[in-house]
Write a protein that binds this ligand. Sequence first.
Ligand code: CP
Length: 324
Amino acid sequence: MQTHLRGRDMITTQEWTRDEIDTILDVAIDLKRRRALGEEHALLRDKVLAMLFFFSSTRTRASFEAGMAQLGGHAQFIESKTTQIAHGDTATEIGEILGRYNDGIAIRQVDWDLGNRYIRDVAAASRVPVLNMQCDWYHPFQALADLLTIVEKRGDLSGLTVNVSWAYAASYQKPLSVPQSLILLLTRYGIDVRLTHPPEFKLQPEILEQAEANAEQSGGSLALGNDFDAGFEGADVVYPKSWGCMLTTPDPEESADIGARYKDWIADERRLSSASASAGYMHCLPADRGVEVTDAVIDGPNSWVFDEAENRLHVQKAVMALTM
Ligand code: CP
């Protein structure tokens, strides 16, 4: 267990050692147990987290805000469009100023080719930890919650096969951040990770290189495929979700048109039945029901989505308690 994490940013799990990530999981499990028992755990009394959102959220906002209250502190919700950012407040000014009012700054900025840069610029100017609530490249707290969920359901992770797959959705061109953070984190735990997507829906090459290096070090693997059905076959965990083809075209309409060629990429009972008998179905949510996944799968006995969503709360509390 690592005990010197105060002041650290969480922008990507890739910047945390395996020992440090194990510490987050240990603390998350402890805080989850303490909440279940009704034990007080006001570890951040009088501390304040600024939550700056440039994009909508259900789970991220609700879980960070609830988590800060349960830790004895407060979270202030700041929607970018209600601020003076559009009138000139720079990322450096946001880091300097919110860092002086608060004990942590959490940011969601998912605009392609901007979000990660913005969060890094705020972090460079901030005297307090900066927490990435999702950018264009990474969604570290989602991946941590997903890892915790797989640990709880499966225990020993080495040799497990997890299929991180693209699926069709019509609602909007979702960021690359969830699949990228997943393949980066799961490959550090000896997991055999499959990454399945149509050719146009590539992830960033540098992320693939990092994930391959992680797998080599951990004894896991990263296998790339373009066959939706084959991704499910024999998998222990399936994680089919949509993302945009930002690396093929920057135009969201063209990306939507390309995605529409793959409307048959829907997680359904036939495909799930080809996975291992007790395979878990995971999705970060929100899901396009009836498009990305059938009701029978997302509401079925193999679905882990509510435990997964709950674990956002516990891993975020752990990181806040350790860093703030
Ligand atoms: N999974 C996730 O980040 O959910 P929200 O977009 O609702 O926060």
